[in-house]
Ligand binder design. Sequence first.
Ligand code: ZN
Length: 414
Amino acid sequence: MNLPLSPDRLWDRLMELAKIGPIPGGGNNRPALSALDGEARALLKRWGEEIGLAVTVDRLGNMALRREGRDPGRKPVLVGSHLDTQPSGGKFDGPYGVLAGLEILHALHESGLVTEAPIILVNWTSEEGCRFSPSMIGAAGAMGVLSEAEVLDRRALDDGERYGDALKATGWDGAAEPTALQDAVAYFEAHIEQGPVLEAEGYDLGIVTGGYATERALVTVTGETSHAGTTPMEMRRDAVLAAAEMIAAGEAILYRIAPEGRMTVCRFMADPGADGVVPGGARFAFEYRHPADEVLARLLSEADAAMTGIALRRQVEVKREPYWSFPAVVFDEALAGRLREAADRHGASHRDMLSGAGHDAYHAAARMPAVMLFIPCHGGISHHPSESISREWAEKGLRVLADAVIATANSEEQ
Ligand SMILES: [Zn+2]
């Protein structure tokens, strides 16, 4: 299909959007449910209305920009991502997927082509989850992973503001039914890789076939605070040394059982954290990620056993409380096949890969066939002002996404 896609227009829009909430270094700070988020939404709405899209907003703030198909009986194809950013975010994490989807609809509009099924561009609310945990909360609410009330009553991590109140304050609390978006035949999401693999291996695109199962827990180690000079080593109950041994054991377990997985200690706090004091407390956020649920479960149970043993020997107590987890995600093979075919057609080199990060597509995949397309980002740098992509990568991703979305909207198999 000769669609008049304009990679320049996509690029110009990415740069235009990045003027909302700029930070030093070329990045963006555009937190979800802030006034700046509202500005970005208004810009997307204007761009959508200029090409005749029907813009609706649901009660969780998710935006849907709809272009009708020829057959009123057909369910829509969704394409989307998010416009919110991390506090030290870049220009592309999220906006690339939204604006690539918009460019597809713009090119369809210009060409006058009508797909069989409708296409809906989605901007999910609060993907990054910096103020309202967990991340991907708007998509979770729409896809029924969390209830509407659970999302609206969620409190901000910083000042305790309610999600529903913050949404209302931005004026983007819509009337549409959030779960209506479940009634679709497919979900596509293009995104920057946020990792170094594609660029390092020289690929133009990644066909994302699934995502890692993840569990992050807060581990609390309780020993006894004492004097760092007067307490002999054998009489100490040092929580930090116990925690250090637990962390090292957790890493050793990963390397022994599943070196292809991931282990991270994202945060570490010592208590009381004072010079000259043997710390009686330690807390750390400990996470494993693995493509297979059963391997993740085995890693966790071995880590539990190791931590319990270390705690016993060192006479401390240990408690591991999971607070963020999701199962492994498997994306749809037929949709992945459409992306591969399109990539071959456009001469874009590609490889299959798993997503290490969470994305809105994970929740969509719980309700419908879903798939993701990754474009490389320089140095794998993301969630940072220097996050960058080449115009060539942006264009290849756009062309391949367009082909696959339109093929799905015109497919007979619905
Ligand atoms: Zn993202």
